[in-house]
Structure formats: structure tokens, C-alpha cells
Design a binder for this molecule. Sequence first.
Ligand code: SF4
Length: 387
Amino acid sequence: QCSAHCPVGAIYEKDETRTLMRAIRDPEKHVAVQIAPAVRVAIGEAFGMAPGTISTGKIYAALRMMGVDAVFDTNFSADLTIMEEGTELVKRLTEGGTLPQITSCCPAWTDYMEKYFPDMIPHFSTAKSPMMMQGAITKTYYADRAGIKPENIFSAAIMPCTAKKFEITRCEKMYSSGQQDVDLVLTTRELARLIKALGIDFNSLPDEAADSPIGRYSGAGTIFGNTGGVMEAAIRTAYNLVTGKELEDVKVNAVRGMEGVRRGEVDIDGTKVRVAVAHGMANVRDVMREIQDAREKGKEPPYHFIEVMACRGGCIAGGGQPYNTTDDVREKRIAGMYADDEKSVIRCSHQNPEIKQIYKEFLGKPLSKKAHELLHTNYTPRPLYRK
Ligand code: SF4
């Protein structure tokens, strides 16, 4: 993957930072950049900060200093993902549908599933990943409100993940705005390199805020970057969707931690929802085989909802994050994400005022026709090797 890990320098990391700078210098282009949840607790390591230090405001400031026109946060669309995926789960639970529902926001996992577990396709949530949702609404909802033609928007994403570079062209649904919804992915490492190359003193930057209306987020959006975070965020909103009430304590301890597979039961107004969280592909395989085994024996599925992340620890330890990610580093980044959630005034996706606004002004309601066109995708069995 990288020259830093190849003793003879035969393999090197592809760097796309110049593509972003070319777009910024192009007077025809309006450059909109989103940053993923997990980037904020790791990029500081490239500038001497401790793992888990939250640098959100400095990242926004650095992007603006580079000349980026609009700075958005993928945490916003993580909230949007929860609205769609949580509604999909409640629908499957109450109206009948394939269970367990399995999360689909990790492109390494969806690619693996299409190749090795195609029988699991009906289990997958059709919700796109937060990155792809953000790209689609940037080139539709935002473009319309800002009075900019979608073809003049260059939509870039800063991600902790190398698989996200593949995801932006993975199928025709990644072009739902009529354009490629996300034009470029840079990893956390690439952004750190670019900040250094431009001579920006990252540590001295003031904390700035994201642009509106697709930049505000809840604590639930933040924790997406941790293993168990998507599950916890979904439970916070599913509880509200089913009961109309709010959880007194939004912390879901059963799904937190570093165990490879965590199993639990969540009580939603008397309904016992069986959940599992798996991270690291060997653990994921074990859980998939449990489902296949139950199916073959004609038994009830062992779970209603499963969260899967390919990387150990979740996106906080993705392939695009600063190197030397030990378990100690993972735990510090995870703690940083939970701390960011705890200091958030809004802790649940459905309470985010900008989420309410986009449904009112543009999408209608979760799983609406427009939401399906822009925010959902499909999966297909794929051969192991492409010709
Ligand atoms: Fe990418 Fe890893 Fe996160 Fe999956 S878990 S989206 S591979 S960083």
C-alpha cells in the first residue's frame, strides 16, 4: 500500500492532492469538501498531537485557507444515513422484511460481501454510505440553494479510508445527481501532507465552523467512526421512531468496546431487538456463517440488526489514517470520538435541525421517492476477479 511499509520502495501510495489543488485553482469550479467522522481524531497525530485529539475546527480552517469554497461535514450525512437506515430497520421489523438488516456504509465490506457472501444481498441496508449521500445532496440540494450548476461543483471528501477511493465509482448509483456525486477522495494522510506542503501552521489555526445548511451534526453522527457507533446511533433514533419518545440515556454500553464480535439485546418499548457488532473480516465471516447456519436449519435469525466494519476498531483505524495504529492508539481515537459526542448539545440524528430542514424543504420523508433516488443504492453478485 505504501512506500513507508515497502522495504525497497517498489510499492508506493498514490497521491491525489494535486487534483484537489487543480480544482481549487480552476475559476470555473466551486469546490465543496466534506470531512469524515474519524479524520478529526487522527489528523492531529501528523502535527505532533496525541491520538484522539479533536481537530475538527482546525481542519475546516485549513481547508478554507487552501481556497476551498464550501466546507461540509460527513457527520451531517451520517445523521441522514441514520434517518434512512433506521427507518428501513423499523419497517423491516414492523411490516416484515429480510432480517437481520446489515449495515452497508463500509465499501470494503460491501465489496467483500458481493464477492464472497452474495446470498447476504437481501440483508443489506440499501442506504448509501454517508460520504455518497453527502455528495448527492451537495450536487442537488446545495447546488440549487447556492444557485450553482451541479457540473460546476467539484465535490471532494477527506476520508480515513483507501476503499472510499473505489466507492465513488462503484456503480451507476454513485452518479445519482446526474454527475459523479463525489469527484475525489483524499485520505487523512494526504490531507496532512497537503497542509504541510502548503506551509499551513495547523497547530496555530483557530477553530472554525462548517458551512450551512449541510454541515451541522449530532453526536450520533460523530460516533459513526467507531466500531459500534453506527449501531448506537441507529438505536438512539429507532427508539424515537418506534415510541415517539426520547431515550433517557443515549449511551448504549452493550455495543461499545473492542471485542471482535459484540452481541446484545436492546429493549425498544417491550420489543427485544437482538443486535451484533463485528469488526475485522475474520469476525465478520463468523457472524455471516451464524446467519447461514440458522437459515439452513430453518431457525429464526439470531439477530435483527448487524453492524459490520472491515477495519479493526472501525474507521478510526482505516487504511488512510496516520501510520502506527496500535490498539492503544485505536482506543485513544475511540475515546476522542465518544468525548466529542458527549460534549454535543444534540446527541441524536433525528434532532439535528438541518436534518429536519432537508426533509422539510427537499426530501419529504425518509424512504420517500426522492430519498430513494438520491440516498439509496443496490448490490449485485460480483466475480472474484475482474476481466
Ligand atoms: Fe473504510 Fe475501514 Fe471504515 Fe470500512 S471500516 S469504511 S474499510 S475505514
